[in-house]
Design a protein around this ligand. Structure first.
Ligand SMILES: [Zn+2]
Ligand SMILES: [Zn+2]
Length: 258
């Protein structure tokens, strides 16, 4: 069985747990750990886990809300870490005591029973990767921090059972915000973050009868609202607003089974 949950998502920090269980064995992957070590420990404890229960960490890119405590966590609990070479270099090329593994677009990684397929996305980081995870039966897509959908991205999201997808901002709220002009351009640009409309278009493009869950994530606290996101999702997926799920910064989301 494959399941996942957000431990918290937003511009202040992101972490997602993916868990595969088969034959009495459980494999756990943490995607991003954009919190301080103590905060991550507290969030894991809330779901009955400790850092030592994690088999590997995958860091999508070097921004602080994703890489967070990766190095401290890896060193303290001897956990292997995966990231692209560009992400590692952009984060200072620091020593991981032999536990760093380099990931690249198209090269599958096995974390116990979880097969991870990283793919390149357009975002203002050095070599960002987002992921498709599978236990051989079900598949989950994790897609945050991208400026726009490319054919490459969409191809990696076909036939999913679940998708965690960035709904970063409402374009009108961003335009009317107190953000300085350069930041509005950065966030709304081709290498920034997805607007609700752009995310809804992705959800619609990859939607099929087998897609059980779409979890909206990385919502801007200043330039978005969960109710606006749920409306955009419901329209895109032809479902009720009440069924739409959004991850938040404080709590993340419940476990979602695939
Ligand atoms: Zn981010
Ligand atoms: Zn980012």
């Amino acid at each position: 069985m494959l399941r996942f949950r957000s431990l918290g998502s937003g511009s202040t920090g992101n972490a997602t747990l993916v868990e595969a269980t088969s034959g009495g064995r459980t494999s756990r992957l943490l995607i991003d750990c954009g919190f301080g070590l103590r905060q991550l420990d507290a969030r894991l404890a809330r779901v009955g886990l400790a850092a030592c229960d994690i088999d590997a960490v995958f860091i999508t890119h070097e921004h602080g809300d994703h890489i967070g405590c990766a190095r401290a966590l890896s060193r303290r609990d001897r956990i292997p870490v995966w990231m692209s070479e560009g992400t590692w270099l952009a984060a200072g090329g620091r020593d991981f005591e032999g536990r760093l593994n380099l990931a690249r677009d198209g090269a599958s990684i096995e974390i116990g029973d979880i097969v991870v397929q990283p793919f390149t996305v357009p975002h203002d980081a050095r070599e960002p990767l987002q992921l498709r995870c599978s236990d051989g039966v079900r598949s989950l897509g994790v897609l945050t921090d991208l400026g726009h959908a490319t054919p490459h991205v969409l191809a990696r999201l076909m036939g999913l059972d679940a998708l965690l997808l960035e709904f970063n901002h409402d374009s009108d709220m961003l335009a009317g915000s107190t953000y300085p002009p350069f930041l509005k351009l950065r966030v709304g640009g081709n290498y920034g973050h997805l607007s609700n409309a752009a995310a809804a278009a992705i959800a619609q493009a990859v939607h099929h009868d087998g897609l059980r869950h779409v979890l909206a994530a990385h919502l801007s606290e200043q330039n978005n609202r969960p109710d606006i996101v749920r409306r955009a999702m419901a329209e895109a997926l032809g479902a009720s607003e009440h069924e739409m799920l959004t991850a938040n910064a404080a709590e993340g989301s419940p476990w979602l089974d695939l």
